[in-house]
Design a protein around this ligand. Structure first.
Ligand SMILES: *Cc1c(COP(=O)(O)O)cnc(C)c1O
Length: 495
C-alpha cells in the first residue's frame, strides 16, 4: 500500500509521492501532506549504528513509498557525496554546554543544501516514474540564498535545466559571486534591472502562461519549481533530526527514550516543521523551540493564536529569516485542525484577504509541542560574542538567533533537557555581521575582506565553497530588463 498525499485545502483527492513532488503545489493552491505521518520501522538504537545516508533511507522510504529501493538509494547516493566537505554530512558539535547541529557543510554552506542536493534526483526519478519525457526546466527568482543552492543542486543533472533570475543590485557581493561563477552546462543566471518582487512576479507570470507552456511542450520542455513548499524538500529535512537524535544515543549522551529539545532559527517554517514530523515518526522530543528575529510574526502566533502579517518588514542581520508569510505553517495548521482542509482553506483565504487569521482554542491546545521565542539585533550580536568568548566557537547570525533564544529559555525555565540548536549557515556566509559582533575593529569591512580574519579567529579552514568563489571565473553576465524575462528564457531554450 502506498502512502498517499492530499492537499491542505483540497477535497481529499489523493496523489502518490512522486506526483506530489512533480506538482509542487496542489491545483487548489494548498500544500501536499501525507495522509498520516508514517512511523520509523527500525529501532532508534539500530539507526544509531547507521551513517547519514543509511538514516536518510530509513526516513525517506516511509514517505516516498512509490519509489523502489534502488531508485531511492540512487537519489541518496547522488545527493550526499563529495559536494559535502565532511562524510558525517551533518556533524553535531558540543560547545558552551549546547549541541549545535551543523547543516552548512554542503555546496553553498547553508542548510538549504540539505534538501536541494537531493530534490533534483527525486524530481527526475518522479518524472521517469510518471512517463514524462520532457526536459524539466527549473525557473527560480531569488533574493540570494535559494538561487545558489538550487543552481548547485541542479548543475549537470541530466534531464534538467535551471534558470535563475536575481535583482542585479539587490543581493550581497558574496551571493552574486556565488551565482555568477556557477558551473554546469545546464545552468543560466540572469540579473534583472528590477528588484526581487519584480523577479518573483516575472517568474510567476511565466509559470501561469498557458501559451508558453504549450510551445515549451512542443519543444520537449516543461517548467517545475524548486520552491520550499515542495514535499521533496520537506522530507529530506526530517532526516537530520532523526540522525542527530541517534548520534546522541550512539555517544551515550542520552538514554533510549530520553527526550531532547530542538531550537530552530525559523523563517518559512520548513525546517522546524520537519522536526515536528520527526517527532511524529517516533523521535522523543521535549520542546520544539521556534526562534524568530525581529520579524517575530511566529512568536506572536504561538503567544496569541493569531497570525498577523500586518506589520513593518524589518531588514535584519539574519536575512534568510526576514519573512512575514511562513508558507509551511499551513501544514501545521492543517494538522492541529484535525486534518480539516475546509478550516485550513478558510484561514488561508483570510490571510490573503486581511493579512491575518486566528485559530480556535481547540487548535491552540494542540500546539503544546511548540514554544516561540525571538531575539533582537543586539541580543543576536551579543550571543555571537558570548559563545565565542566561552568556547572559541564562531556561529553565524541565524544560528545566533536560535542560540540566544535558547539561552534565555533555559534561564527562565530551568529546563535541563538536552538541547540541540540547529545551525543553519556557516559564519563565512555572513562574515561582516559575525566579525563585527566579535570585535568592533572589524566593523565596516566587507565579507570578502574578512575571510582570512575569520579563519584566524575561528581556527577553521576557509571552506572550499568560499575559496572557490574568490578565484573562480565569472561564467554568467547576462542582464535583462524586467519586461524581457520571458524573451530571455525563450532565447535560452531556443524556442
Ligand atoms: C532558509 C533559512 C532559514 C529559515 O528556514 P525555514 O525553513 O525557512 O524556516 C534559516 N537560516 C538560514 C541560513 C536559511 O537559509
Amino acid at each position: 500500500m502506498n502512502l498517499m498525499y492530499q492537499s491542505t485545502r483540497g477535497d481529499g483527492t489523493k496523489v502518490t509521492a512522486s506526483q506530489a513532488i512533480l506538482k509542487g503545489l496542489a491545483d487548489d493552491g494548498g500544500l501536499f501532506v501525507p495522509e498520516s505521518i508514517p512511523m520509523l520501522d527500525v529501532s532508534l538504537n539500530d539507526i544509531a549504528k547507521m551513517s547519514y545516508k543509511e538514516t536518510a533511507y530509513q526516513v525517506m522510504k516511509q514517505f516516498f513509498t512509490d519509489f523502489t529501493d534502488v531508485e531511492l538509494k540512487s537519489c541518496i547516493d547522488k545527493a550526499y557525496d563529495a559536494k559535502f566537505d565532511t562524510e558525517e554530512i551533518a556533524p553535531l558539535v558540543n560547545k558552551a554546554g549546547v549541541y549545535y547541529l551543523e547543516l552548512f557543510h554542503g555546496a553553498t554552506i547553508a542548510f538549504k543544501d540539505m534538501a536541494l542536493s537531493i530534490l533534483p534526483h527525486l524530481l527526475t526519478t518522479s518524472a521517469k516514474k510518471n512517463n514524462i519525457s520532457n526536459k524539466i526546466i527549473i525557473l527560480t527568482a531569488t533574493s540570494g540564498d535559494t538561487g545558489k543552492a538550487a543552481l548547485a543542486g541542479f548543475a549537470d543533472v541530466e534531464g534538467t535545466g535551471i534558470i535563475v533570475f536575481y535583482p542585479k543590485n539587490g543581493v550581497s557581493r558574496i551571493q552574486e559571486r556565488q551565482m555568477v561563477t556557477q558551473k554546469g552546462s545546464n545552468t543560466d543566471v540572469i540579473g534583472i534591472t528590477g528588484n526581487f518582487d519584480d523577479a518573483q512576479s516575472g517568474v510567476k507570470a511565466m509559470f501561469n502562461n498557458k501559451e508558453l507552456a504549450k510551445v515549451m511542450n512542443e519543444h520537449g520542455f516543461q517548467f517545475s519549481s524548486a520552491n520550499s513548499i515542495n514535499i521533496g524538500r520537506l522530507v529530506p529535512q526530517v532526516v537530520y533530526y532523526v540522525y542527530s537524535y541517534t548520534r546522541l544515543l550512539a555517544l551515550g549522551e542520552i538514554k533510549e527514550g530520553e527526550a531532547v529539545n530542538f531550537v530552530v532559527p525559523t523563517g518559512n517554517f520548513g525546517n522546524i516543521l520537519a522536526a515536528f514530523y520527526a517527532k511524529n515518526m517516533g523521535i522523543p522530543v521535549g520542546k520544539l523551540i521556534c526562534a524568530s528575529n525581529e520579524n517575530k510574526v511566529l512568536f506572536d502566533f504561538f503567544e496569541t493564536g493569531i497570525y498577523d502579517k500586518n506589520r513593518d518588514f524589518i531588514l535584519t542581520s539574519s536575512p534568510s529569516m526576514d519573512i512575514l508569510i511562513s508558507s509551511n505553517l499551513e501544514r501545521l495548521i492543517y494538522n492541529i485542525a484535525g486534518c480539516n482542509s475546509h478550516a485550513t482553506s478558510e484561514m488561508m483565504k483570510s490571510l490573503t484577504v486581511d493579512g491575518k487569521y486566528s485559530i480556535t482554542d481547540d487548535m491552540k491546545a494542540n500546539l503544546g509541542d511548540f514554544i516561540g521565542g525571538w531575539a533582537n539585533e543586539n541580543e543576536t550580536a551579543a550571543e555571537i560574542k558570548r559563545v565565542y568568548k566561552e568556547s572559541g566557537y564562531v556561529i553565524d547570525t541565524h544560528t545566533a538567533v536560535a542560540s540566544a533564544v535558547y539561552h534565555n529559555y533555559k534561564k527562565t525555565t530551568n529546563d535541563t533537557t538536552k538541547t540541540i540548536v540547529v545551525s543553519t549557515a556557516s559564519p563565512y556566509k555572513f562574515g561582516t555581521s559575525v566579525m563585527g559582533s566579535i570585535d568592533d575593529k572589524y566593523k565596516g569591512m566587507d565579507d570578502f575582506d574578512l575571510i582570512d580574519e575569520l579563519s584566524k579567529v575561528s581556527k577553521i579552514a576557509v571552506p572550499k565553497a568560499v575559496e572557490e568563489i574568490r578565484s573562480a571565473d565569472v561564467l554568467h553576465s547576462t542582464v535583462c530588463e524586467t519586461a524581457d524575462m520571458q524573451k530571455t528564457v525563450e532565447r535560452i531554450l531556443g524556442i
